[in-house]
Design a protein around this ligand. Sequence first.
Ligand code: NCD
Ligand code: ZN
Ligand code: ZN
Length: 349
Amino acid sequence: MTRLTLTRPDDFHLHLRDGAMLDGIAPETARDFARAIIMPNLVPPVVTGAQASAYRDRIAAALDKSLPGADFTPLMTLYLTEETDPADVVAAHQAGIVTAVKLYPAGATTNSASGVRDFDKVAPVFEAMAKAGVPLCLHGEVTDPEIDIFDREAVFIDKVLDPIRRQHPGLRVIMEHVTTKDAVEYVRAHDRDLAATITTHHLIINRNSLLVGGMRPHYFCLPVAKRELHRQALVEAATSGDARFFLGTDSAPHSDDRKECECCAAGCFTATNTMPLLAQIFEREGVLDRLEAFTAHFGADYYGLARNNGTLTLEKQAEPVRFPAKIETGAGPVTVFDPGFDVYWKVIA
Ligand SMILES: NC(=O)N[C@@H](CC(=O)O)C(=O)O
Ligand SMILES: [Zn+2]
Ligand SMILES: [Zn+2]
C-alpha cells in the first residue's frame, strides 16, 4: 500500500502553549488534525470556564494569522485545583466551553505547582463530574520524593487512581500518556469508564534512547520513557485495535534554550511529524489498517464526540522524508522530535 486515506485524526492530549509560542506551534497540529484536547498548564493555569474560553479565542486568533482557513477545533480543558468549584466545572461543560478536566498531582510535571496535593479535597468535583458525565484526564504519577521516578506511574495506579475510581463509580477517566505495561494491564482489566492515551514518542523511545551514549534532552519528557519491555507493551496496545487505547501525542514544545541547558524542561515536540511516524510504526507492525481507529475513531467514541468528516491522506515515498529539524516561534526555535529511524510516509492532503 502506498497511499492511505484516513478519517481526519484527533489529538487527545496536546500542549499549544500561549503568547509568543502559540502562533508558531498551533499550525503544526492544525495542518493534520481536526481537533485536539488542549492542555491547561499555562502560567497561570486555565482554571475557570472564562479563562478556557479566552484561551480558545487566542488559539483561534493565532490560527487566523498563521494558517488561515484551518479547519481545527480546540477542545478545552480545565486545570483542577483544590479550590475548583464543582458547579463552575459542570456549567462550563454544559455550556460547551470545556470538554474535560485535567488532574495534575502538584509537582508531577511542567507547570503543575497549582495541582492537587490532597485528593480528598477534590472528591466533590469528581462526584459532580461523574454525575454530569465530564471526563477526567490525568497525569498519572505520584510525586513522593521517595518513590523512584521510573516507578511513579505504577505506584499512582495503586495508590491514587484505583481508589478514586472505586470511590466515584461512573467517573470517566483517561489515563494520559501511559508509559508502562502496568498501566496497559490496568486499563485492559477494566471495561468501563477507563481509557488511556498513548504518545507517539513513547512508542519509539525507551530509557536507553534517553541515556545511552550521552543524555538527549529532546527525548526527556514526563512520564519519563521506561524499559524496552514497557515500550513494547505500548506498541502492542496501540496497534491491537483495542478501543480503550487512542492517540494523545502530548506534543509539548519548549524552546531549545529551555531544553539544552543545565535543568532541561520535560517534553517532546512531535506535532510536526506525528502522523508519518505513526504510519511507519503501524506499517512495521503489519497493521496499517488499524491506524485510522487509533488516531480518529476510538478517542472520539470514548469522549462521545462525532467522528470527523474530513480525511487525511498519507503517501509512502521512495526515499526517506525530511521533516523540519526545528520550528521557529516567537519564543525561540523548538526542536522537532527525531525518531532515529527513516520515515517514508508523508502527509499529502
Ligand atoms: N509531558 C511532558 O514532559 N511535559 C508536559 C507536561 C505533561 O504532559 O506532563 C509539558 O507541559 O511540557
Ligand atoms: Zn503529563
Ligand atoms: Zn502533556
